[in-house]
Design a protein around this ligand. Structure first.
Ligand code: AMP
Ligand code: MN
Ligand code: MN
Ligand code: MN
Length: 287
């Protein structure tokens, strides 16, 4: 059974609408899918409806932006209740920062000679929370960069013209919000942070101490070596293991939906105690 516990939709910076994402998950043979948009639960209603139709077990999720010791890190929440008032209150604060940051990115890019960035980013976001991904798409499509990677590298990362330092949730706050909503907190894509192994262990330990549940051992096409080292980290700190593609849509992002997500041996899956029931999709579709 394929679990994919980290994905995005048009509710944040993905390119598939929630229902399209669920439909594609079905086509890819994913049985258990978590939609984990950045700092918003807006897509979960439509995803749940589509999951019912396609016989997929939808895990209601979130990916919360966190500022930890000067670094931006991401905490995935799994099995959250989106109706939780405390959670929504916390997310509203992050969205307020996101909206202000978008304006600030627009101003900074304009200063660097790139005009019209905010308007285009807002148009790409189409009412959803604006992310750097929307700016990157604009930069590529208007010839300022040859691809998304270069757009980030030249304009949107630390010390580059369009970079605005994050003022996101604290680690404690993010985990508290997820737990208040009944969810499990997972350290997302641990191999992608530009911090030393020692600091990564401190981060995982801090997550554990705040009541976090797991490390994303298998993440968006990471290498077997990295998976082994993250599995060792999880064991050492006493955390479970999660898996997720971090899918953002066809031809963009990190990995394909549901692709090669097997946990290495010796991991305790984050879904160990979940009650998962999935209808066999084929029977479902024949009915
Ligand atoms: P934000 O939360 O608005 O700061 O945007 C972060 C998002 O940008 C991540 O979730 C990724 O989807 C995307 N991203 C970050 N770095 C890169 C990169 N180097 N190439 C492509 N996408 C990236
Ligand atoms: Mn993203
Ligand atoms: Mn992330
Ligand atoms: Mn993500």
């Amino acid at each position: 059974m394929i679990y994919d516990l980290h994905t995005h939709s048009t509710a944040s910076d993905g390119t598939l609408a929630p229902a399209e994402l669920v439909r594609f998950a079905h086509a890819r043979g994913v049985a258990v899918l978590a939609l984990t948009d950045h700092d918003t639960t807006q897509g979960l209603g439509a995803a749940a409806q589509a999951a019912g139709a396609w016989g997929i077990h939808l895990v209601r999720g979130i990916e919360i932006s966190v500022t930890w010791e000067g670094n931006t890190v991401h905490i995935v929440g799994l099995n959250i209740d989106p109706a939780c008032v405390e959670l929504q209150h916390g997310l509203a604060k992050l969205q307020t920062f996101r909206a202000w940051r978008a304006e600030e990115i627009g101003r900074r890019l304009a200063k660097a000679g790139v005009d019209g960035a905010l308007d285009h980013a807002l148009a790409y976001a189409d009412g959803a929370a604006v992310s750097r991904t929307h700016f990157a798409r604009f930069l590529v499509e208007h010839g300022h960069a040859k691809d998304m990677r270069q757009a980030f590298k030249r304009f949107l990362t630390r010390d580059k013209p369009g970079y605005v330092p994050g003022r996101w949730a604290s680690l404690e706050e993010a985990i508290a919000l997820i737990r208040a909503a009944g969810g499990q907190a997972v350290l997302a894509h641990p191999g992608r942070y530009k911090i030393s192994a020692t600091r990564l262990r401190l981060l995982a330990t801090a997550l554990k101490e705040c009541g976090g549940a797991a490390v994303e051992v298998v993440s968006g096409g990471n290498s077997l070596e990295e998976r082994a080292s993250m599995a060792a980290l999880a064991r050492r700190v006493g955390l479970k293991a999660s898996v997720g593609s971090d899918y953002h849509g066809p031809r963009i992002g990190y990995a394909d939906l549901g692709d090669r997500l097997d946990l290495p041996a010796g991991c305790e899956p984050v879904w160990q105690d979940w009650a998962v029931s999935v209808d066999p999709p084929t029977e479902r579709m024949l009915a």
